[in-house]
Design a protein around this ligand. Sequence first.
Ligand SMILES: [Zn+2]
Length: 94
Amino acid sequence: MSKRQHHQKRCPDCNEWFDASLDICNHCGFEHRKKIKKELQKRRDLSDFSVPIWQVHPTDPIWLQIVKRPIQVVQLILYAIVAFFIYLSTACAH
Ligand SMILES: [Zn+2]
């Protein structure tokens, strides 16, 4: 128990532990590097999805800041809905 366990990864496919230095799970043959790359690409695609929120500048007059705040909230809700549908479409595309 005192010695640290050999670095292992849990296979997302069969849920078994396997040697992290291997790219393929020795239980089910699941290719990890491929999966990780795809996952990273997906994340990069999502972060590239820039959100043009109408910014409130500190230099704006008070009335403009008051007008902008609810618009920002509405924009955030809309983007959250859009992001949810993007997530759904990517999660279901197998
Ligand atoms: Zn596996």
